[in-house]
Design a protein around this ligand. Structure first.
Ligand code: HEC
Ligand code: HEC
Length: 281
């Protein structure tokens, strides 16, 4: 038993040493995090057609001609969850230790073409940005979004920073989030470092001994107490030993749904505006 444990510990030490030194030892080893590259050029019919050619010849063997998967997973929804920047990182770096190779050799332009094509897989509609960004900016300003979100340092902090959201999320994802908040909890895409803190938006519901409930996002936790931040920003400390149950609400979010409150045109405008908020480089 002991020898097995120390053997495992040694393996772990070796593995982490490799992980820690690999990016410095040779720049060729894919890390999943692409080096600085030009911002996503707007998708065009041509870029999508170019991307399709590359996809059919290079990716379809594993992901299926329509992206629904064969030796690799179904990636029809990947653009939605990963966004253009996340896809770029994945195609550039591959996934170490899986069957997904690195395609860094394609170069920036071709990777963006593939990203544009992957964005069309399984999306008959909803993927395109059709609204008017200027009108959307006004909807953003008049809908209270900035009380929770900040853009370039201005706004609240009870929701994620949206300064680069256009690089990180697809139009479909953003539209869904505005209409059905919380149902799109991100998948922890490692390429999106700014989203690493996403667990912080997970909602907890504590039922106390007297049956009362407290709902909020977790601010801090010790062995005996849990600090939650409620919808009004108040910090509430609960005694864990006195709680009847502590549940994580998978779909919970403090973000209100805008379904029925904004017209289709307003939502399309908002999405178009958010899509312009890209990484500046
Ligand atoms: C040799 C097989 C193979 C080829 C070729 C391949 N992939 Fe993959 N791909 C995989 C496997 C296996 C995974 C799952 C990796 C993992 O364990 O996360 C994957 C994962 C992905 C993911 C992430 C899916 C997700 O939801 O996490 C994307 C996006 C992707 N591939 C796109 C592409 C594109 C675009 C190409 C062509 C440029 C390509 N792949 C070529 C095997 C392949
Ligand atoms: C009361 C606070 C609140 C308001 C108001 C609010 N949001 Fe949110 N928003 C959140 C929280 C919390 C999350 C993260 C949890 C989740 O995914 O639902 C979020 C997530 C998002 C995301 C996904 C971010 C990501 O990184 O995946 C987008 C996009 C977004 N909100 C847009 C908006 C827009 C546009 C408005 C105004 C129409 C708005 N929000 C109003 C709290 C808010």
């Amino acid at each position: 038993m002991t020898s097995k444990c120390s053997w495992r510990a040694a393996m772990l030490a070796v593995a982490s040493a490799i992980l820690a030194t690999a990016p410095f030892a040779t720049a060729q080893i894919p890390t999943g995090q692409a080096p600085p590259h030009k911002a996503h050029p707007p998708a065009t019919a041509e870029s999508i057609a170019q991307g399709k050619q590359i996809f059919d010849g290079t990716c379809a063997v594993c992901h299926g001609i329509d992206g629904s998967g064969s030796n690799g997973p179904n990636i029809q929804g990947a653009a939605r969850t990963m966004g253009p920047e996340g896809l770029y990182n994945r195609v550039w770096g591959g996934v170490i230790g899986s069957g997904m190779p690195s395609f860094s050799y394609l170069g920036e332009d071709k990777i963006w073409d593939v990203v544009d094509y992957v964005g069309t897989l399984g999306q008959a509609n909803g993927g395109a940005v059709t609204g008017n960004p200027q009108a959307g900016k006004e909807v953003y300003a008049s809908s209270g979004c900035s009380s929770c979100h900040s853009i370039d340092g201005k706004g609240g902090d009870s929701g994620p920073d949206l300064s680069n959201i256009g690089s990180e999320r697809s139009a479909t994802f953003m539209r869904d989030e505005i209409l059905n908040p919380g149902t799109n909890k991100p998948n922890g895409e490692p390429g999106l470092t700014s989203r690493a803190a996403y667990g912080g938006y997970r909602m907890y519901k504590v039922t106390l001994e007297d049956g009362k409930t407290v709902t909020g996002t977790r601010v801090d936790e010790s062995s005996f107490s849990l600090q939650l931040r409620d919808a009004h920003g108040n910090i509430i400390s609960v005694d864990k030993l006195k709680a009847k149950s502590i549940d994580v609400l998978g779909d919970g979010s403090f973000m209100p749904s805008y379904k029925g409150k904004l017209s289709d045109a307003q939502v399309n405008g908002l999405v178009a505006y958010l899509a312009t908020l890209e990484v500046k480089q």
